[in-house]
Write a protein that binds this ligand. Structure first.
Ligand code: AMP
Length: 480
């Protein structure tokens, strides 16, 4: 299947050729023709699957081929103001009337969607897209809105501010996209979303994208769409099959820090994201890594948008090699050079684990996701395994063996297929040596034993007794 066969406008095809896209991804193949027809969509697909183009390409096609473009017949707000001035009227702000609205959970994702839109619409000169984001100065946003863009990409909170002050009028809105809808609900945007949806015409086309269509998000999706086409993408991108995962057990913070430094020095690391639970840790670990000679930078929600953008630009340009980030800030980061993700702390929710590891292995590349876990956190790993329906192999690095071995049944490391590990890593040996490769699982103990009789809980208890500066003692899941 080619992009031409999907019926896209020639200007869009040209832009896709420039971007190096040769054929549509699975989600694009299914979503684009239906969206061009005007159908509502409910799509379950992960970031990395090509979902942005799946909704933006048909939208651009529709905007480019629309027979009557309101702009051609009306004055832009700037022209309107000039006429008002020449009539001697007091100039006033004319509300922007977008044709398409994309709602995203975070500023980073909004900027990414806007950048992708600019790329896809490079030859569609009439079409403008702007981002409306929290953290961006109001005068700048007023200036963007005064251009009356066809496409608004926004985070819900700031959009509502502009709606309430009459700066945006949705009466001409044709398309509404909810991107990463599950995440928006997780972040507590449900009321804002309901308010925004209620302000749009019922005749609009609605396209909802989410990692899952179950539960609350599925109910909301059904409420706001009309006879939607449901698309479930279970491709390798959504299962992250191109991303190898492993767990390394650590005894305490000092062990964890030493291991992180060691892993970051592996020759296979091009760029890496290190995830921390708190903003403070993101700052302090970035500082520590810089002192240790890594080109590291922190990224978290306490930073001003300008600083966040500068950091992301430096990451994209390769000037930052190690990004130390919290969940919210790192969402939507799409940098092909990210070969590794390190979970310095495990995420609070299993869904976040999936989003985190999706920062590597972009557009089908290989990636490696490593979680540094203390023994008391075994249950959290198990929860992640249940959620992803994938077992995460436990691995040991020579010279970095944990003092305590995990439960025997979950200790054999499965060698990651096709991944070229660093020279000094060994699998299934050392403290794990009694186990057969491929046997280990948190979820399903294989029944083999080293004879020490230690199960996961027992071991967690024993471990508690001898930790001094253990991160498990300092950082419990209640603190996240
Ligand atoms: P997304 O899931 O929208 O975040 O896209 C993930 C990555 O895949 C981005 O870097 C896109 O530029 C890239 N991408 C999307 N569609 C295609 C395609 N058809 N061919 C090649 N790369 C693509």
């Amino acid at each position: 299947m080619s992009f031409e066969a999907l019926g896209l406008h020639v200007n869009i095809i040209r832009a896709l050729t420039d971007s190096g896209y040769t054929k549509p991804t699975a989600v694009q193949e299914q979503a684009i023709p239906a969206a061009i027809e005007g159908r509502d969509l409910m799509v379950s697909s992960q970031t990395g699957s090509g979902k942005t183009a799946a909704f933006m390409l048909p939208a651009l096609h529709k905007l480019a081929t629309a027979e009557v473009v309101t702009y051609d017949n009306t004055k832009t707000p700037n022209q309107e103001r000039q006429s008002a001035r020449s009539r001697g009227d007091r100039p006033r702000f004319q509300a922007a009337k977008p044709k398409m609205l994309v709602l995203t959970p975070t500023r980073e994702l909004a900027l990414q969607v806007t950048t992708a839109t600019d790329k896809y619409s490079a030859y569609s000169r009439r079409i403008k897209a702007v981002s409306i984001l929290g953290g961006m100065p109001y005068p700048k946003q007023m200036q963007l809105l005064s251009r009356n863009p066809e496409i608004l990409v926004a985070t819900p909170g700031r959009l509502i501010d502009h709606m309430e002050s009459g700066k945006i009028d949705f009466s001409e809105l044709q398309m509404l996209v909810l991107d990463e809808a599950d995440r928006m609900l997780d972040m507590g945007f449900i009321d804002d979303i309901e308010k925004i949806v209620a302000a749009t015409p019922p005749t609009r086309q609605t396209m909802l994208f989410s990692a899952t269509l179950d539960g609350v998000v599925g109910n909301m999706a059904k409420r706001i769409t009309t006879e939607p086409l449901v698309i479930q993408i279970a491709g390798s991108a959504s299962k992250h099959e191109n991303i190898q995962q492993r767990v390394h057990f650590v005894d305490d913070l000092s062990h964890k820090n030493r291991m992180l430094d060691h892993l970051l020095r592996d020759v296979s690391v091009d760029q890496a994201v290190v995830f921390t639970a708190t903003k403070r840790d993101a700052d302090s670990i970035a500082d520590r890594l810089n002192i240790a000679g890594f080109a590291a930078a922190a990224l978290h929600g306490d930073m001003h948008q300008g600083a966040r953008n500068r950091t992301l630009d430096a990451l994209r340009r390769g000037q930052v090699r190690v990004l130390v980030a919290t969940d919210v800030a790192a969402r939507g980061i799409d940098v092909p050079g990210i070969t590794h993700v390190f979970n310095y702390d495990l995420p609070k929710f299993p869904e976040d684990y999936v989003h985190r590891i999706g920062r590597t292995g972009r557009a089908g590349r290989k990636g490696l996701a490593v979680s540094l876990v203390n023994h008391a956190e075994s249950m959290h790993v198990k929860r992640i395994e249940r959620f992803t329906k994938q077992l995460i192999p436990v691995d040991v690095i020579e010279g970095f063996e944990p003092k305590k071995s995990p439960a025997p049944s979950r200790s054999a490391a499965r060698k990651p297929n096709g991944w070229k590990p660093g020279d000094n890593r060994k699998s299934g040996g050392g403290a794990y040596g009694n186990n057969k490769p491929g046997q280990r699982s948190f979820s399903k103990p294989a029944g083999t034993s080293t004879g020490n009789g230690a199960g996961p809980r027992k071991e967690g208890g024993g471990y508690k007794g001898n930790r001094s500066n253990d991160s498990g003692a300092r950082r419990t899941f209640g603190d996240y």
